[in-house]
Design a protein around this ligand. Structure first.
Ligand SMILES: Nc1ncnc2c1ncn2[C@@H]1O[C@H](COP(=O)(O)OP(=O)(O)OP(=O)(O)O)[C@@H](O)[C@H]1O
Ligand SMILES: [Mg+2]
Length: 456
């Protein structure tokens, strides 16, 4: 750089030397006094040198600096700026160059930010993503995609042909069809990673501005949860149909038998059949009521109206029904509670929880057993506890008893008139209150349900 800036100075100095020497030779013909001649030449030399310095500082130096700054900008160093004390057109050139540098710097920052944003989006979307060019080479795979196929790294894919590094036939097919039809293609895929994962694969072609195919984006969208929900819905419909079928078949059977003239004259048989029909229709009604309350609870916008619930009031409302049932089953009922227990909850919801748990406790406890209802105030929760000395629930069934229609002993539970929805309803109500429910049980010893309602 130094050498470069010295070169023009030397060049101009040589020209000045040449001018001084040639004027000296010409003047020597007219001047005989060498001292005067030397003084004239010296003055000429000084004046020319001063002129050179002025031109150099005002024009050459700024142009050199401008060239250097532009060089830096071309190399991508957008922080390069030019500083030189000048005026006039040179000053405006300097200003324009600095303005250009600032714009370039802003542009590059924006571009960098956009690139970073795009990378963040690609890396963090919940779907696997692959970008392939028109020749079939992989250009990009995101983190989620890598997670799907075990411990392979980005470098195991990028720069390779998709059919060399991707094992799944379905992915190959989607890519081929995307290229062939040049339109969006959808398929589904199951990946086994210890557990089954269901995916929807979507292949979308990419075109350039001339509408020529440039490649394809393949997205693997996890639909495992959706599949689970679909299976649950199917199960539910099958269960409901099954539950409805049993009482309806029985009602129809007994009604048909009754319609047979011979049976109608036998008053005792007729009464017996009619009471069965009555029982079965009650069961149907209960089932439909339970289904309706479940669907009401499950509605997304299902809201609860909180009011102050007094435990003693609840007990007064629930006990007449429960006492009657306990007496019929030969079971002693016991209620224990702290003083003045009150909390914010939905009155009818808490009542339903207590009835369902108490009825279960009575139904699944043999004659002579006992059922206890306990209420206590904890720091953040109101703890309700229903315990019995009944048949208990086997360990393997405990995680499932809150499922809809789940019964430990199907035949026995049906005899008690149960629909298998009681605990599902209880759990829903408790969760709507942001509370929790726990159960502990030992076969032939007894069962205890703990419900915690937040006091708020
Ligand atoms: N206290 C208990 N002791 C033993 N088993 C119980 C008890 N409570 C519930 N269970 C078991 O859990 C199952 C599910 O109870 P849930 O209350 O949901 O249904 P259900 O009692 O059969 O019918 P319903 O919908 O009429 O209440 C019961 O069938 C029973 O096998
Ligand atoms: Mg029940």
């Amino acid at each position: 750089m130094r050498f470069l800036s010295l070169k023009p100075v030397l060049r101009y100095a040589l020209i000045i030397l040449f001018i001084v020497v040639s004027t000296g030779i010409v003047f020597s013909f007219f001047m005989s006094n060498y001292i005067v001649l030397l003084l004239v030449l010296l003055t000429e030399f000084i004046v020319l040198m001063m002129m050179l310095h002025y031109v150099f500082d005002k024009y050459v130096k700024p142009i050199q600096k401008a060239t250097n700054t532009l060089d830096e900008l071309v190399k991508g160093n957008f922080r390069a700026r030019m500083h030189h004390p000048v005026s006039g057109s040179m000053a405006s050139l300097l200003m324009q160059i600095n303005k250009l540098a600032r714009s370039l710097s802003e542009l590059s920052i924006n571009e960098k930010m956009q690139a970073e944003q795009l990378t963040t989006v690609i890396e963090n979307i919940q779907s696997g993503l692959i970008l392939i060019d028109e020749k079939g080479y992989i250009h990009l795979v995101n983190r989620n995609f890598l997670g799907l196929f075990g411990n392979k790294k980005e470098r195991d894919y990028i720069g390779y042909l998709y059919y060399d590094v991707l094992d799944h036939e379905k992915i190959h097919k989607t890519i081929q069809q995307t290229f062939l039809y040049e339109e969006k293609v959808k398929d589904s895929l199951i990946i086994e990673n210890g557990h089954k994962q269901y995916f929807e694969i979507i292949g979308a072609p990419i075109f350039d501005e001339k509408n020529m195919l440039k490649g394809a984006v393949i997205v693997l969208y996890d639909i495992t949860e959706l599949k689970k929900l679909e299976a649950m819905r199917k199960d539910f419909v099958a269960n409901v149909s099954h539950e409805l079928k049993t009482p309806i078949t029985s009602i129809r059977g007994f009604a048909e038998t009754l319609l047979d003239d011979n049976n109608l004259h036998d008053v005792d048989t007729a009464k017996q059949f009619l009471s069965i029909i009555n029982e079965e229709s009650k069961r149907l009604q209960m089932l439909i009521q339970d289904l309706l309350s479940l669907s009401k609870l499950e509605k997304d916008d299902s809201k609860i109206e909180l009011a102050t619930v007094h435990f003693t009031e609840l007990v007064d409302e629930v006990m007449p029904v429960i006492n009657q049932q306990a007496e019929n089953n030969g079971i002693t009922l016991h209620v224990e509670s702290g003083e003045n227990i009150e909390f914010k909850a939905e009155h009818s919801g808490v009542k339903q929880v207590m009835i369902n748990l108490l009825v279960n406790a009575i139904s699944y406890t043999p004659k002579g057993g006992g059922v206890t209802l306990l209420a206590e105030e904890l720091e953040e929760y109101i703890h309700l506890q229903v315990s019995d000395t009944g048949i208990g629930i086997p360990k393997e069934s405990l995680p499932r008893i809150f499922e809809r229609f789940y019964r430990v002993d199907k035949a026995r539970s049906r005899n008690t008139g149960g629909t298998g929805l009681g605990l599902a309803i209880v759990k829903h109500i408790v969760e709507l209150h942001q509370g929790k429910i726990e159960v502990e049980s030992e076969v032939n010893v007894g069962t205890t349900f703990h419900v915690y309602f937040p006091k708020r």
